[in-house]
Ligand binder design. Structure first.
Ligand SMILES: C[S@@+](CC[C@H](N)C(=O)[O-])C[C@H]1O[C@@H](n2cnc3c(N)ncnc32)[C@H](O)[C@@H]1O
Length: 278
């Protein structure tokens, strides 16, 4: 039964913990793995291929996995780990639904010579079969109200490109593109996780949760770090499950969740994290 793990931070190796979950039990996973040993966490073991297989098994038909990842540059070459991992997800059975970009408003300045400053990470969106849910985020149209002579439309599903007058006048809003930009580590909600070396922005987790899941569904982060995905899931009326190998980060995640519960007027306290059941 997946119910016993809902709304908990579980301390353990995510492969061992996910093995306890039933098949087809998770609606959406949002996670970010350790990147090419770029950072020292509290000590971890990262069995990528087993993680990918377990994620496929536990994801519901039509459910999704958002994998936020980047490459190290070693001996002058990017490692291609991001692409290799994406191909492995497809090998284990997922569709590559969308290759999205997380653009950083404030990228860390780099000292590499003869290359541009890296200012993005990949956000691969995988789905188990055709994706069930897309609550599309919308943005204002730059030319709202303008009368156009003709506009080119692409239908990516069918590989078609047509020129029509469908958008006359230009609408007020359109579906957001797949390059999402966030400021890193500056907002108050992101400052809460500053003792973790690599949290992603709260708004990144929130935007994926709103896009690819519905209220009361189950959102998993198998490497939850400071608990960003879990906080965003809770605040948007989803159930969360966070798994983290480091007890110190489990404490950090639990403390964040407690703080947000209090702000939301929830008086049910869970100060201890769960240790992987035997
Ligand atoms: C990039 S960080 C995730 C940060 C998180 N998205 C956040 O916003 O705080 C990766 C995390 O994976 C954890 N980790 C590494 N291997 C793991 C494993 N096998 N099982 C569970 N957690 C693991 C690390 O301790 C680290 O906290």
């Amino acid at each position: 039964m997946i119910q016993q793990y809902l709304n908990q931070i579980i301390n353990g190796n995510c492969v061992d913990v996910m093995q306890l979950f039933p098949d087809n039990s998770i609606d959406l996973t949002i996670t970010s793995p350790p990147y090419d040993n770029l950072r020292t966490y509290e000590g971890y073991n990262f069995p990528f291929e087993e993680i990918a297989s377990q994620l496929f098994r536990v994801t519901k038909q039509g459910g999704a996995v958002v994998w936020v990842v980047s490459d190290a540059t070693i001996d002058g070459s990017e490692t291609c780990t991001s692409f290799k991992q994406a191909l492995k997800f497809v090998d284990v059975g997922f569709n590559l639904h969308d290759t999205m970009i997380f653009k950083k408003t404030n990228p860390v300045p780099q000292i590499y010579r003869k290359r541009y400053n890296n200012e993005f990470e990949y956000m691969f969106v995988f789905s188990k079969g055709p994706i069930n849910t897309h609550n599309a985020l919308r943005v204002p149209c730059l030319h709202a109200g303008l009368e156009l002579k003709g506009t080119t439309y692409k239908n990516y599903s069918k590989g078609e490109q047509t020129r029509t007058k469908l958008a006359n006048p230009v609408k007020n809003e359109k579906i957001k593109g797949n390059v999402w930009e966030y400021v890193v580590g500056k907002k108050a909600v992101d400052q809460e996780s500053k003792s973790h070396p690599a949290p992603f922005p709260y708004d990144l987790a929130k935007d994926h949760i709103l896009s690819w899941s519905n209220e009361n569904e189950i959102v998993l982060d198998p490497m939850c770090g400071s608990g960003t995905t879990c906080v965003a899931a809770m605040e948007n009326n989803r159930n969360y499950i966070g798994i983290e190998i480091s007890p110190a980060y489990c404490d950090l995640a639990n403390n964040r969740i407690e703080k947000h519960k209090e702000e939301m007027g929830m008086f049910y306290h869970q100060t201890e994290y769960m240790v992987m059941p035997a």
